[in-house]
Ligand binder design. Sequence first.
Ligand code: ATP
Ligand code: LTN
Length: 336
Amino acid sequence: MEQQIQKKRIFSGIQPTGNLTLGNYIGALRNFNLLQDEYDCLYSIVDMHAMTVRQNPAELRKACLRTMSIFLASGLDPQKNIIYFQSQVPQHAELAWILNCFTYMGELQRMTQFKDKAAKHADNINAGLFTYPVLMAADILLYQTDLVPIGEDQRQHLELCRDVGQRFNAVYGDVFTIPEGYFPKVGARVMSLQEPTRKMSKSDPEDTYIAILDKPEIIRKKLRRAVTDCENRVVYDPEKQPGVANLMSILSALSGMSMDAITAEYDGKGYGIFKDAVADAVIAALEPIQKRYDEISADKAYLQEVLQSGAERASNIAHRTMLKVRKKIGYAPFKL
Ligand code: ATP
Ligand code: LTN
């Protein structure tokens, strides 16, 4: 009899805030697509994480559906992957509370994303922003995840997740699988077009990022205006030429060209021609997604179906983990 080999499990999440960017695409979404055949994958639209910043309810609802439509338009197959809204599986919050009690204040104080976001939202430094990485750890551990595809900015959070999982396991036995990160080889940190020493971020001003849904003329315009330097060299040197290095990384990630090949092709031709080549590669990658997006986002019944099935399938797995956790920590058993 043919033996069914258990596929390894993948979990990743994207916040439904603002417009998904080229950074989200290269750092995360594109890898989700590459992994879907080989792994058992869950991709969550993490609306609970989005609550750390004030949200307009109607806007949040729309942003969740928009993000979901982009997931599907990028090629994710809802049969093969579990695609769902985090808030529709309440076990995320239940496990996050328990893990809060296994996380030290000092660990959370070291998180660079907390420091950045606290500086950005100085008028709303809430406890959720502080314990955000614990909710992320719960997301991952809830599904006994083996691998987490993320951009470089999430490495520190993943390390914390591993530490907390191991700490819990050390007390209660092997309850959680301890996950590994999966980072893109190029493009793990796509930088802002206007300040190339900072990460491209969807909550920054429009001209600093390329949105996955930006039309070709806008993409070309934003790239033409991207900050470079006066060196007039297309050579990969992130220290001296961060703007050019960022554009080279984008081109390399999307075309597969090595940095040397890019230098051989574009050095000495002027930044205008180089920037147009980057724009061509970005447009070629995003245009098919945009076409499918228009069809998918119009089909509300289909989106509802995918959501419903995603939440049910995710809940089944989450429920199994929580039964184990509840028993191990000593909560009294009960039947719903
Ligand atoms: P925000 O700026 O609103 O905090 P974000 O753009 O960082 O959001 P998230 O939803 O927090 O987006 O991230 C989703 C995924 O995209 C994560 O895996 C993250 O590592 C990845 N990612 C985000 N920005 C970049 C970037 N500039 N380069 C590479 N990967 C990125
Ligand atoms: N914290 C991540 C989003 C996120 C996530 C996750 C990523 C929430 N839960 C679980 C991977 C796995 C961010 O801010 N980019």
